[in-house]
Design a protein around this ligand. Sequence first.
Ligand SMILES: [Ca+2]
Length: 188
Amino acid sequence: MQVILRCLLALAVLVVPVARSHAAVCGNGVREEGETCDDGNTSNDDDCPANCKEEACTPVLSAARDATVTWNAPAPVVGLTLLLDYPEGKVNLPANGSDAQRGALTNFPPGTTEQHNNLGMGGHALREVVVKATPITPRPGTLFRVHFFDCEGATPPVASDFSCNVKHAFGPDGTTEVAGATCNVSLP
Ligand SMILES: [Ca+2]
């Protein structure tokens, strides 16, 4: 009996602190300790990043860092929507509509037009739409380049800090989804 009581006591000691700590849950819609936002989901495709924590960055405007986004698809594509997640605590992309951002995205394939949206308060991911009247070429090839600024005091980013996902790829009729389109980020 005493052994059982001791076991129960030990269990209580283990369980109670966990129950009291109220660990933050990302995606529950409540901004808790350690979170800079919580919009009720764990998607990167909106203003609150998947981990509910937008890292702070003071951009060093003299330290530009270029990333190249390449793409591929198994069939011709006339419209691409992709989400580029970048390490916002290490590199900065200037705010939407700012003078600095106007020169931040370059090297789109000939004949394409683009729309971009830097998601978040300070920015944590880039949503990019690239369209053309005829199939985008080269395929595979470079889709665009991004001129980031390094963050003050941050360790330099590596390619694995970035991720790119194709959200939509439309075939020549403009409405049929082309499955299997991919994008990739590389650093010099
Ligand atoms: Ca939360």
